[in-house]
Design a protein around this ligand. Structure first.
Ligand code: EPZ
Length: 431
C-alpha cells in the first residue's frame, strides 16, 4: 500500500507549472476515434486516467506512440471494435465518452457503464436522451452494457434537462458526423467543452457556440488527423492556489488561463488572499489567517464543484463560520469525516456544510475518499502541525501529474512511502 506522508506547517513558496487539463484530455482522446487518421496531441498530463484511456484505445486497435512524456500520436484507422467491456470501462468515469465517439464513427457502440469517483448517484439519462434524439436506439443490456445503435445519425435539437458536462460532450461527439444540424441547448460551458470543440474543429468539424449554452453542430462527412495542444488544467491550478493561501504561502502558478480561474480568485480575495493575474500565470499569497466566506458550487462560470473540498480546507482554519453549499453532486462531503479527525469543525446536513473555523489543524492518519477529496487532504496535511499520512492515494494520482514532485518544489515536506499491506506503523521522520 502506498501513502503520502506529510510533515505540515510550512508555508508553500516558489513557482509551479500546471499540466494539461484532465477533463479535456479524457474527452479529446476518445474523440480521436472519429478521425480515422493520425492525431498528435501535446500537453497530455501523465496521470492514471490518461493511461487508462490510452490503454482502452490500444486494446480497441488504435496505434498509440508516445513521442515524449506529454505528447502522443494516435492512429485510429485500425480500430475495428465498438465494444468496451466492464473490466476496461470501470477504470475511469470518462469511458462513457467512448459511447458518443463509437456511435459517431460506427453508428454502433456497446460500452459498459463507467467507474470513477463516487459523488452520489451519477445517472446518464441525459446522454441517452441526446443519442436518441440523433436517431439511436439505446438499450441497457446485461452486465450494465449500454447498447446504442442507429442506421444513420441525423442532426436534431437536444434540450438538456440538467446542465451536464458529460452529456454535452457525448452529444457533441455523436453529432459531429451526423447528417444535418444539431443544436444542443442548456449545454455546459466548462473550459474543457470549449477545448473539445476546438479539437473537433481542428479535425474539420463544424462546431459553434461552445462556451455558451447553445452549441450548434453541422455534421460533416469526414474528419481528418490534426495536431493539438490541450489547455491547462483549471482545477489543478485552483488546487495550488488554495494550497498557497491556506499555508500562508506565496506561489506563482504558471501555464494557466486566468479567465478560467476567476471564480476561485474571487473567493480567495474575499478570504483575504492577494491574487495577481499575469498573461499566463497567477500569483497567490496570504499573510494572515483567512477570513470566512460562503461558497455555492455551480456549473461554469460558477464556483467549480471540483474545487469545493480543497476550498473547504481553507475555510476550516478561517476566522468565523462559513457555509458551503454543494449544488452539483448529492454526496461530496465525505471528506468532512477525515478533516474532522484533524480537528476541523464541520457539520454536514445534506448538500450544505457549516464550517466553524479553528485556529489550526493537527496531523492525523486520513484517507483520500476520491480525487478532489484527496487533493483537499493533501492541503490539510500541509496546513496541519505534525505528521499526516494519507491512504488510498491512487485516487489523487488519477488527476494530478507529478503531484509529490510539484508540491515538493514549492517547499512541501511530502514523501510517497510504500507499506506492506496490513502494516500501519508510520515512521515519523519526514525531512
Ligand atoms: C464532469 O463529470 C467531471 N468529470 C467532474 O469532475 C465534475 O465534477 C462534473 O463534470 C461537474 O463539473 C469529467 O469531466 C470526466 P455532469 P460529469 O454530467 O460529466 C447530473 C473530477 O473531480 N446528471 O456535469 O459526470 C449529475 O447527477 C470529476 O475531476 C444527470 O442528472 O458531471 C450531476 O448532479 C469528478 N443526468 C449533474 O448532472 C445525466 O445524464 C452534473 O453532472 C448527467 C448528469
Amino acid at each position: 500500500m502506498e501513502k503520502f506522508v506529510i510533515s505540515g506547517g510550512t508555508p508553500l513558496k516558489g513557482e509551479v507549472t500546471v499540466s494539461g487539463a484532465k477533463n479535456a484530455v479524457v474527452a479529446i482522446l476518445p474523440a480521436t476515434i472519429l478521425a480515422e487518421d493520425v492525431c498528435r496531441i501535446e500537453n497530455i498530463p501523465n496521470i492514471s486516467d490518461v493511461t487508462a484511456m490510452i490503454n482502452i484505445l490500444n486494446i480497441m486497435g488504435a496505434h498509440v506512440k508516445y513521442i515524449n512524456k506529454n505528447t502522443v500520436e494516435i492512429d485510429t484507422r485500425h480500430i475495428n471494435s465498438y465494444v468496451v467491456e466492464h473490466e476496461l470501462s470501470k477504470q475511469l468515469r470518462a469511458s462513457y465518452y467512448l459511447i458518443g465517439a463509437l456511435l459517431g464513427r460506427f453508428s454502433h457502440a456497446e460500452v459498459a457503464m463507467p467507474g470513477g469517483c463516487y459523488l452520489g448517484v451519477r445517472p446518464i439519462d441525459q446522454h441517452i436522451k441526446g443519442f436518441e434524439a440523433l436517431g439511436a436506439k439505446v438499450t441497457m443490456e446485461e452486465n450494465a452494457m449500454v447498447n446504442a445503435q442507429a442506421d444513420r445519425l441525423l442532426g436534431n435539437s437536444i434540450y438538456l434537462d440538467v446542465v451536464s458536462v458529460g452529456a454535452t460532450i457525448n452529444c457533441m461527439l455523436a453529432a459531429v458526423k451526423a447528417r444535418g444540424l444539431t443544436v444542443i441547448e442548456n449545454a455546459a460551458k466548462e473550459p474543457h467543452i470549449v477545448d473539445l470543440a476546438n479539437f473537433l474543429n481542428t479535425m474539420g468539424a463544424d462546431v459553434r457556440g461552445a462556451g455558451t449554452d447553445v452549441i450548434k453542430i453541422r455534421g460533416v462527412e469526414k474528419l481528418h488527423g490534426c495536431e493539438y495542444t490541450i489547455i491547462p488544467d483549471q482545477i489543478e491550478a485552483g488546487t495550488y492556489m488554495v494550497a498557497a493561501a491556506a499555508t500562508k504561502g506565496d506561489v506563482l502558478i504558471k501555464n494557466v488561463i486566468p479567465k478560467h480561474l476567476e471564480s476561485i480568485s474571487a473567493k480567495l480575495i474575499e478570504c483575504g488572499a492577494n491574487v495577481e493575474e499575469y498573461d499566463d500565470s497567477i500569483r497567490v499569497s496570504m499573510d494572515r489567517r483567512p477570513g470566512k466566506c460562503n461558497i455555492k458550487t455551480m456549473p461554469h462560470p460558477g464556483f467549480p464543484t471540483d474545487m469545493q473540498p480543497q476550498f473547504s480546507v481553507l475555510l476550516s482554519i478561517a476566522r468565523g463560520v462559513s457555509i458551503v453549499t454543494e449544488s452539483v453532486w448529492d454526496n461530496r462531503f465525505r471528506y468532512a469525516e477525515q478533516l474532522s479527525r484533524m480537528g476541523a469543525v464541520i457539520r454536514v446536513n445534506g448538500k450544505t456544510a457549516v464550517i466553524e473555523g479553528v485556529e489550526g489543524l493537527k496531523g492525523a492518519p486520513i484517507r483520500a475518499d476520491d480525487l478532489r477529496a484527496g487533493a483537499a487532504m493533501m492541503i490539510a496535511g500541509f496546513v496541519a502541525s505534525g505528521v499526516t499520512e494519507i491512504e488510498e492515494i491512487y485516487h489523487i494520482e488519477r488527476g494530478y501529474e507529478d503531484v509529490v514532485e510539484k508540491f515538493r518544489s514549492i517547499g512541501a515536506k511530502i514523501e510517497r512511502r510504500e507499506y506492506p499491506d496490513g502494516d500501519d506503523k508510520i515512521q515519523l521522520n519526514v525531512g
